[in-house]
Design a protein around this ligand. Structure first.
Ligand code: CUA
Length: 352
């Protein structure tokens, strides 16, 4: 009776664990379901090496088990000494050659993949984006387009997009698990990589290098849209005039407060690559606030009122006068209506 109870308990535990662990995954935040070139080639390498390791494991276990059972010391053979194989040339050749062949089977494609993913020969005819990592947000400057944005990186599907990456402070690491590998983003030098998404969608990006107290909140998104929608988005972003007056009276008041409190000293609306804070041109279309909060006006008010409690170590804290809740609400209303384009994360299905 007790044995049965134990087994049932073990099965229950396993089912609960697999349910709980399965829920940890997000569709567009996993390297195991590749939807872009870099992630795809990495996945091929993962499958190849795993297969070889499984075969080696099985062969070793099978040989070990056979030896254990077949060659046990038997009664009456206590003084029997089996045939000695030390110095056997054939055996030594075989067990030297097999590992070399296995390493070659894994090593040659791995080196080819590394060179393939570092290939820059098409960069001059493609979209180039300057990526800057900052504590704790990402800046994207589309070379030659006069388009600057933050946090949500728009790219066209089916094309290689070349990224030239540098940090303004400490070392970060750019990683979009379902479409690309990782690349360090250093203060001293420019690192380059390309990304390519096969399908439209919103892909989760992560900073993969411990960079300070809010490292784990340094999320961003890649918004992959069709090439036509991408051209549309670029045109919409280029047509933004920071001087445009909002229709709504509260938003209008927010714009005045935004200017009076010198928010433009750090941020920019429209293309200004010199801004030290995130560019806010399409803030109303952002997938998240501060990288990880749901994009509601309420969350934005909380963020403006006390950014330190939300994202410790951020550089906005203390750089503007204290605001009343009403003032913060007006500024939030102004920022949330900055929606220059019909091409948004929602138009490609939103976050999943
Ligand atoms: Cu930036 Cu971690």
């Amino acid at each position: 009776m007790n044995g049965w109870m134990g087994k049932i308990r073990a099965v229950l535990m396993l089912s609960i664990l697999s349910l709980v662990l399965a829920a940890c995954g997000k569709e567009n935040l996993t390297a195991l379901d590749p939807k872009g070139y870099g992630a795809d080639t990495s996945m091929d390498m993962i499958i190849l090496t795993t297969l070889i390791m499984v075969v080696v494991f099985l062969v070793v276990i099978i040989v070990y088990s056979i030896v254990l059972v077949r060659f046990r010391r038997k009664k009456g053979q206590e003084n029997y000494i089996p045939k000695q194989v030390e110095g056997n040339h054939t055996l030594e050749m075989v067990w030297t050659a097999i590992p070399i062949v296995l390493v070659l089977i894994m090593g040659v494609p791995a080196v080819m993949t590394v060179f393939d993913l570092a290939d820059e020969s098409e960069a001059s005819d493609s979209i180039n984006i300057e990526v800057t990592g900052n504590q704790y947000w990402w800046h994207f400057n589309y070379a030659g387009e006069e388009v600057v944005t933050s946090q949500d990186l728009y790219i066209p599907t089916g094309e290689k997009v070349y990224l030239n990456m540098q940090s303004s402070d400490v070392i970060h690491s750019f990683w979009v698990p379902s479409i690309s590998g990782k690349m360090d983003v250093n203060p001293e030098n420019v690192n380059t990589m390309y990304i390519e998404a096969y399908e439209e969608g919103v892909y989760w990006g992560k900073c993969a290098e411990l960079c300070g107290p809010s490292h784990s909140l340094m999320d961003f998104k890649v918004i992959a849209v069709s090439p036509e929608e991408f051209d549309q988005w670029i045109a919409d972003m280029q047509s933004v005039d920071p001087a445009d007056e909002p229709q709504d009276a509260v938003a209008q008041e927010g714009k005045e407060l935004f200017e009076a409190n010198n928010c433009m000293g750090c941020h920019a609306i429209g293309s200004s690559p010199s801004a030290v804070g995130p560019n806010l041109t399409n803030f109303g279309d952002r997938t998240k606030i501060a990288g990880f909060l749901e994009p509601t006006e309420e969350n934005l008010v909380d963020w403006i009122m006390d950014p330190e409690s939300i994202k410790p170590g951020n550089k906005m804290t203390g750089n503007y006068p204290d605001l009343s809740e009403d003032e913060a609400s007006s500024i939030a209303a102004y920022l949330m209506q900055l929606k220059p384009s019909e091409v948004t994360p929602e138009s490609v299905g939103g976050i999943n």
